[in-house]
Write a protein that binds this ligand. Structure first.
Ligand SMILES: Cc1cc2nc3c(=O)[nH]c(=O)nc-3n(C[C@H](O)[C@H](O)[C@H](O)COP(=O)(O)O)c2cc1C
Length: 275
């Protein structure tokens, strides 16, 4: 059986689905409806472009059925100015309100994040969401051990990153790594998947997630130190307890901002090489 189904009553044989198919699986033999040979099934990466691009809604794909591929709502189109303001107005939040984020909202954010592009459309990113204060405190606590370990074993790195000072503050305040955020989100994936570009996929997904979060009035901040600990420090690896063959590819704090931002700060002028 073919992986695509065509409605012969509405298909105009325009050929757009065949032209759009990134794997060139869909063909249009002279005068006939679009076809996808069953033998090509393994080559299809289930991107769903054939469904998305058909102007008549005449094509359904096994992995992207027409009924579950909603129409793009033209009324929701955003202006370039709105997009630019969302992108430029997003800030890394580091002062959070003492207010939990509902799992419903977190699920909504992950739902948006899963539409970020992924290499080969593999969609291998998985999510660990920690919204349990005890577990978050444990990570802050382990951060003290990690700082002590770095200061002892990598003194040059520790000095360059002011870790002695960070350690003293952390012992008092316990907020250097997660800033009191009520949620930590870890994007993780199988580290042995050669075909996968899991690091890029995870960063893309988290970038989508943080923009979606900002649009909902939430604040986010990449948790770079937690990411480092998650990949190098066994006590944190044990605390996160990701599947054995997985690595953390991105960590992000999430919560309600205590403050709002009124201006867009300056950034470096882009260094561009034109050829
Ligand atoms: C990969 C990555 C790791 C980061 N890690 C941390 C972190 O551990 N703690 C923190 O407070 N900010 C962290 N940040 C936030 C940056 O400091 C922040 O993006 C930068 O200062 C620019 O500010 P903006 O995000 O508000 O534009 C990280 C950002 C990135 C992209």
């Amino acid at each position: 059986m073919s992986i695509i189904e065509i409605d012969p009553k509405t298909c105009t044989k325009c050929g757009i689905c065949a032209a759009e198919c990134p794997r060139r699986i869909i063909t249009m033999p002279e005068g006939s409806l679009p076809q996808a040979a069953a033998s090509e099934e393994a080559s299809c990466n289930a991107c769903g472009h054939c469904v998305a691009v058909c102007p008549k809604g005449s094509l359904s794909h096994r992995d992207s059925p027409l009924e579950t591929s909603p129409k793009i709502d033209k009324g929701l189109k955003v202006t370039p100015e709105q997009v630019e303001q969302l992108l430029k107005g997003r800030r890394s939040a580091r002062v959070f309100r003492d207010r939990p984020v509902s799992r419903e909202i977190i699920t909504r954010l992950i739902e948006a994040a899963r539409y970020a592009p992924t290499g080969h459309n593999l969609q291998e990113v998985e999510w660990l969401v920690i919204d349990n204060k005890k577990e978050l405190d444990r990570i802050e606590e382990l951060g003290i051990e990690w700082l002590q370990w770095v200061i002892k074993n990598l003194p040059q790195v520790a000095t360059a990153s002011n870790m002695e000072e960070k350690l003293e503050r952390q012992k008092l305040k316990h907020d250097a790594f997660l800033r009191g955020a009520p949620v930590l989100i870890v994007a993780h994936a199988n580290k042995n998947s050669l075909a996968s570009l899991a690091g890029i996929d995870s960063a893309n997904a988290l970038s989508y997630l943080e923009l979606a979060a900002n649009s909902l009035g939430l604040g986010t901040c990449w948790a770079g130190y937690v990411y480092i600990m998650a990949n190098t420090f066994p006590p944190v690896q044990k605390a996160l307890a990701l599947p054995e063959d997985h690595a953390a590819y991105g960590c992000m704090m999430l919560g309600y901002n205590r403050f709002r931002y009124y201006r867009i700060p300056c950034r470096k002028v882009p260094r561009i090489t034109w050829r």
